[in-house]
Design a protein around this ligand. Structure first.
Ligand code: MN
Length: 191
């Protein structure tokens, strides 16, 4: 059963002006789709041909890992935004953020700095550690926190293809505006 590209859970223009329709058309319909198609081609005739995505991410390496992780990472990234979003974080995740980072604003600052300073292509993550506390980590290229036993809660794609059409080289502009399109109800549900 080949992997399929999930549809975006909102309209292509829903995240404008932060993420334009044009960026989503490239990022979802071209980049995310290519990872799905590449993965489906690469696993033919391998031990991963009938494996689920998380199994492939935990066991594969090289091109199969890269494409499988990018399929998972992009689905996770696109799913966290919304048009009719819940804009304020409440509840248990807010308690945990305050406990781990001091305050919500300090968390935002630390996450934003990690996203602006990650060198090259990669992802920044808010993760839940096995002891329940939270941390912010950077990963390069396709790498995903799941392989280190960490539970992803929020992510920012800082590959240039995520923002270049809208912000060109100004990654800090994308990272600053990123906060305004997050659906905190979805993020809370991941904690
Ligand atoms: Mn991407």
């Amino acid at each position: 059963m080949p992997f399929e590209l999930p549809e975006l859970p909102y309209a292509y223009n829903a995240l404008e002006p932060v993420i334009s329709k044009q960026t989503l058309e490239f990022h979802h319909d071209k980049h995310h789709a290519a990872y799905v198609n590449n993965l489906n081609k690469l696993i033919v005739g391998t031990e991963f041909e009938n494996a689920d995505l998380l199994t492939i991410i935990s066991k594969a390496d090289g091109g199969i890992f890269n494409n499988a992780a990018q399929v998972w990472n992009h689905t996770f990234y696109f799913d966290q935004f919304g048009k009719d979003k819940i804009e304020k974080l409440r509840g248990q995740l807010l308690v945990a953020i305050n406990s781990s980072f001091g305050s919500f604003d300090e968390f935002k600052e630390k996450f934003s700095t990690a996203a602006k300073t990650l060198f090259g292509s990669g992802w920044v993550w808010l993760v839940k550690k096995p002891n329940g506390s939270l941390d912010i980590i950077q990963t390069s290229n396709a790498a995903n926190p799941l392989t280190d036993g960490l539970i992803p809660i929020l992510t920012c794609d800082v590959w240039e293809h995520a923002y270049y059409l809208d912000y060109q080289n100004k990654r800090p502009g994308y990272v600053g505006d990123f906060w305004s399109i997050i659906d905190w109800e979805i993020i809370s549900g991941r904690y």
